[in-house]
Design a protein. Structure first.
Length: 124
C-alpha cells in the first residue's frame, strides 16, 4: 500500500471541498420571507384613517396570477397588486414605485389616493 504523500492529501482535500461546494450550489434553498415564492404575512390595520388588509386569497379567481395567492384591500375594496420577479410589489395606484411588502403597497396606495376612494378595478 503506497504511503500518503502531502500531494495526495492536498489533492484529496481539494476534491472533497469542490464536491461539497458543488452540492451546496445545486441544493435549492427555501425562500426567505419577502422573497419570491414565500407567502407574505397577513395584516389588518388602520393607516391614516383607512382600513388596509392583506391575506391569502381564498378560492381561485381570474386575478390569482397578478398577486399570486395574496389579496390586498383598502376600505374593503380590492387593490390589485402584482409581485415582481425580484420580490417587490406594485399596485395599480403606485405602479412605478415598487415596495418590499403588500402592506407597504397598501400604505403607498393610501398615500397616493390622498383621501379619494379606491374604485373597483374591472377584471378582464
Amino acid at each position: 500500500m503506497p504511503e500518503l504523500s502531502r500531494r495526495r492529501a492536498l489533492t484529496a482535500a481539494a476534491a472533497l471541498a469542490a464536491a461539497s461546494g458543488a452540492a451546496t450550489l445545486a441544493a435549492p434553498a427555501a425562500p426567505a420571507a419577502g422573497q419570491p415564492g414565500s407567502s407574505p404575512a397577513p395584516f389588518d390595520e388602520v393607516y391614516k384613517g383607512r382600513r388596509i388588509q392583506g391575506r391569502a386569497r381564498s378560492g381561485g379567481g381570474h386575478d390569482n396570477h397578478h398577486g399570486g395567492d395574496y389579496a390586498v384591500f383598502v376600505d374593503g375594496v380590492e387593490l390589485h397588486v402584482m409581485r415582481n420577479a425580484d420580490g417587490t410589489w406594485i399596485s395599480v395606484v403606485s405602479h412605478y414605485d415598487p415596495v418590499t411588502t403588500p402592506r407597504a403597497c397598501a400604505r403607498a396606495a393610501v398615500d397616493e389616493l390622498r383621501g379619494a376612494a379606491l374604485l373597483p378595478f374591472p377584471a378582464n
